[in-house]
Design a protein around this ligand. Structure first.
Ligand code: 13P
Ligand code: SF4
Length: 352
């Protein structure tokens, strides 16, 4: 069945020609990644989506990425997600109802949150949350630019509400020299986030209680054990990992940064990598000719199960339909929401 799917993908692509572009995130499985026209981390893919002229942007990634592609592309272009079940469990940890309730509760404690707090959403979030940020003077960030975005946010207002990833928020705040006591976790399932009015008033960053289930697997002990055996080696992690893991790493950054850093590393070097397994396995293969050893941080297998959902069968099905003139699995953000989300995205792109 696999060989058949690959044949169907090749045939449909040949029929579509330049009308379709395949944008692929670095976590995509090898049997899909091989078809990428363009690859990148979330920031790079957002830019590529805004620049392509192709009629169909076939997004091999997760739902929020296809939404961003839709928002940033022209109205005549169509963003497609080959499997609609490819979500992001972290993005799902925040939703508009919960963020609006949080904003109302903050208003009770701080009077006018729109003058005091900048809402910052990680790009791993639904479009309506980006729209919320656009409407309330806020902004989007990615794993590449989060510390820069915090500078922008604090230049405007004294506090930041950061959602949905507490780890990226904490790491970025830490990089900016904000004391750990001034970064408090807002639990959206508790009234007032489970915080006292005093804690809210004293906080610089309110960190939404969300996380990535893949990156939470990485532990400081994994790094310690590896360093004992590889004292000259380098450790590199994605900032969705915990603060302790990031602090123990030599390098921290986005998926694109991880690829570039290891690629530029010395021949024969050893690397321990804290990010998704598909990417690490690919890097391990690609670096072999230069004698570099690339290892995955956790002892257990952990792939992003939703990224994994985009498989050759779904890709073949989507492409064949497009080639037959039938649009399937279009991701379309409604007008007003897209406009507001675009404001928050454009603020970010202007700074990156
Ligand atoms: P990047 O933007 O670094 O590619 O990260 C996306 C992501 O979902 C990481 O888990
Ligand atoms: Fe979301 Fe984590 Fe998967 Fe990235 S790795 S898409 S943050 S669940």
């Amino acid at each position: 069945a696999d060989a058949e799917a690959h044949e169907r993908i090749r045939a449909a692509r040949a029929r579509l020609g330049e009308r379709a572009v395949l944008l692929c995130h670095h976590y995509q499985r090898a049997d899909v990644y091989q078809y990428a026209d363009l690859t990148g981390d979330s920031l790079k893919l957002a830019r590529l989506a805004s620049q392509t002229e192709a009629e169909f942007i076939v997004f091999c990634g997760v739902h929020f990425m296809a939404e961003v592609a839709d928002i940033l592309s022209k109205p005549s272009q169509v963003a497609i997600l080959p499997d609609l079940a490819a979500g992001c469990s972290m993005a799902d940890m925040a939703n508009l109802a919960k963020v609006e309730r949080c904003w109302r509760e903050l208003a009770e404690v701080l009077d006018a949150p729109d003058e005091i707090i900048t809402p910052v959403t990680y790009i791993n979030s639904a479009a309506d949350l980006k729209a919320f940020c656009g409407e309330h003077g806020g902004i989007v960030c990615t794993s590449t630019n989060a510390p820069t975005i915090l500078d922008w946010a604090f230049a405007k207002r004294e506090k930041v509400l950061f959602f949905p990833d507490q780890h990226l928020g904490r790491w970025s705040g830490y990089k900016k020299g904000i004391a750990l006591e001034q970064m408090v976790v807002w639990d959206p399932d508790l009234e007032y986030g489970g915080l006292t009015p005093e804690q809210i008033r004293n906080a610089k960053i309110l960190l939404w209680k969300g996380h990535c289930s893949v990156h939470q697997m990485f532990q400081p002990a994994h790094i310690d054990r590896w360093r004992e055996k590889n004292p000259q080696g380098f450790v590199i992690s994605h900032p969705e990992s915990s603060l302790e893991v990031c602090q123990k790493s030599d390098y921290v950054g986005s998926t694109e940064y991880i690829i570039n850093t290891i690629s530029a590393g010395p021949a024969g070097s050893h690397w321990l990598v804290g990010t998704e397994l598909n990417l690490v396995s690919r890097l391990a293969e690609e670096m072999k000719p230069q004698g570099k050893v690339v290892q995955f941080m956790a002892p257990t297998v952990c792939m992003c199960s939703t990224m994994q959902r985009i498989d050759p069968q779904h890709l073949a099905w989507a492409l064949e339909n497009l080639a037959d003139g039938k649009i399937v699995n279009q991701i379309k953000v409604p007008g007003r929401e897209a406009e507001l989300a675009r404001i928050a995205l454009d603020r970010m792109l202007a700074l990156s």
